[in-house]
Design a protein around this ligand. Structure first.
Ligand code: ADP
Length: 495
């Protein structure tokens, strides 16, 4: 049994802006069920505090600082959780990273440096909690300062840094580095310096004992110029410490057989009940009732990463195919407007809801026939796994975690009963439209379509395998930590 301090800037259901929130809830729960002792540390955002049932306020006083924590448990999973109270988190409702004008909060560096320092105090048992982890598991740039700050300590726990998305790096001007009062040796190209700026994510990538990303394919991709976002050289340098572990899903929350958020529950034996969900989704989005017309869903952040522009460019061709589209998301104002415009122009065939709506996301997974995810890059992706579990055939680009989790319905895979979706390669509207055309042709062949649906629904996307891989990763990190020399001697060079 290992003691793990899992640090994340968002934990579902307290806070979620994307996949990180889901993983920070479901992975600690899976580790817990495998007998690991996990404590989650996350900011006490105003909205998160409002969600909690059972709370105990504790004040802790590590050297110099006075920290306030709320001790509680994740209401979904019962995993113990510490919420870090600070006015910059706790008096600010809404998005944890972005101000209402859509720009990053002006003090993000200070806020997440504060989280890192609190994590270090807890990790070294200087916070009076009487608990010392074996491993600190850091997630994304918001936690990137933890490994370098721990690195200077003598008896420290091991560190693991998980990259959920290389594109978000936490890069700030040099002035911010000075303002944060970080140790001077961290301002170096083989530490936090990144082209004359300070990079939080580099802290994790350079100093963590082990690094991983959330799919094996993405772990390879980020070592290339196309996907490495400028850090590919460093990642290649540390590739012996880097691996990919595919995310699992929360298969209780995302289970069509017992999902309270959908119109009719179903499983692989009662898949015909999906039709009731299709009718409900059409109603919810003002789509016309049309027999035999496939309904294609899109749920997610409306940003370039997700290939939303490819969908918009492909709309004229898609509409010629006699399909309907149900789109739920928020994101770039331009995409939001273009999609809403398309919905106004094609009422009844394109339904768009610009909002963040957990229930509607479930209804879309349950009600659609197909799920479109043409991402430009995709560290893991959750929606394509949810949709397979719901018998909603994903149409995805062969990239990152999408490549690792969807088997293309080519004739061989169909014949072997392996096909679970439609996969295309080129990031273009033409390739996307061609893939949807292929999916529609399969839909018109009900025995084949149902076989693909069944294969998809029977796949195991649970945490069972992946949580074990994380336990193995912790073991490796603990070994590396014991052997590690002072970080300044062992860091890799920057790109
Ligand atoms: P990412 O983390 O890159 O945003 P993922 O596919 O890994 O993408 O995870 C996205 C998660 O956020 C899924 O659980 C998805 O259902 C959810 N989600 C994204 N946008 C919305 C929205 N507008 N309404 C409800 N859920 C959403």
């Amino acid at each position: 049994m290992k003691k793990i301090l899992f640090v994340s800037s968002e934990v579902f259901p307290l806070m979620k802006t994307g996949g990180l929130g889901d993983i920070s809830s479901s992975l600690p729960a899976a580790l817990h069920s495998f007998g690991q002792e996990v404590r989650v540390l996350t900011p006490a955002y105003a909205d998160a505090l409002a969600t909690l049932r059972k709370v105990r306020e504790i004040s802790i006083a590590p050297a110099g600082n006075r920290l306030r924590l709320v001790e509680s448990e994740n209401p979904e999973t019962s995993v113990p959780i510490w919420l870090l109270v600070h006015p910059d988190f706790s008096d600010r409702p809404g998005n944890p990273y972005l101000a209402p004008d859509g720009r990053p909060w002006y003090d993000n560096a200070e806020r997440f440096a504060f989280l890192a320092r609190a994590a270090v105090d807890i990790a070294l048992d200087r916070a009076g909690l009487n608990w010392r982890p074996d491993v600190v598991h850091c997630n994304d740039w918001q936690t990137g300062l933890i490994p370098p700050l721990l690195g200077t300590e003598q008896a420290r726990p091991a560190t693991v840094f998980t990259v959920h998305n290389m594109a978000y790096q936490g890069v700030f001007p040099y002035d911010v580095f000075k303002k944060l009062g970080l140790p001077a040796h961290l301002w170096a190209p083989d530490a936090l310096e990144f082209y004359n700026q300070m990079s939080f994510i580099k802290g994790g990538l350079v100093f963590a004992d082990r690094i991983n990303t959330v799919s094996p394919t993405y772990a390879e991709e980020i070592q290339t110029e196309e996907f490495g976002c400028g850090l590919q050289g460093l990642l290649r340098e540390r590739r012996d410490r880097l691996q990919g572990i595919i995310n699992g899903i929360d298969d209780v929350t995302w289970n069509p057989a017992q999902d309270p958020l959908i119109a009719a529950t179903y499983d692989v034996a009662t898949i015909e009940r999906k039709a009731m969900n299709k009718a409900a989704l059409r109603t919810a989005l003002g789509l016309q009732e049309k027999a035999e017309i496939p309904l294609v869903a899109v749920v997610g952040r409306l940003v370039q990463q997700k290939g939303i522009d490819l969908i918009i460019d492909a709309l004229p061709e898609l509409l010629e195919m006699q399909i309907q589209l149900a789109i739920l998301g928020t994101g770039d104002a331009l995409y939001e407007q273009q999609l809403q415009q398309a919905a106004r122009r094609h009422p009844g065939d394109i339904g768009v809801r610009i909002s963040y709506d957990e229930s509607l996301a479930h209804q879309a997974e349950a009600g659609a026939d197909m799920f479109l995810m043409p991402s430009r890059f995709e560290p893991c992706g959750l929606n394509q796994m949810y949709s397979q579990r719901y018998g909603t055939v994903p149409i995805v680009r062969r990239v990152g975690g999408l490549a690792d989790t969807v088997e293309d319905a080519n004739p061989t895979n169909v014949a072997l009963g392996r096909a679970s979706g439609v996969v295309f390669h080129e990031p273009s509207a033409a390739a996307l439209a061609q893939a949807v055309r292929r999916a529609v042709a399969l839909y018109r062949d009900p025995p084949t379509w149902q076989r693909i649906q069944r294969t998809a629904m029977e796949k195991d996307f649970s945490w069972r395998q992946s949580a074990r891989h994380y336990v193995d990763l912790y073991t490796l990190a603990i070994g590396d930590c014991r052997l590690s020399r002072p970080p300044s001697l062992r860091v890799a060079t920057s790109s």
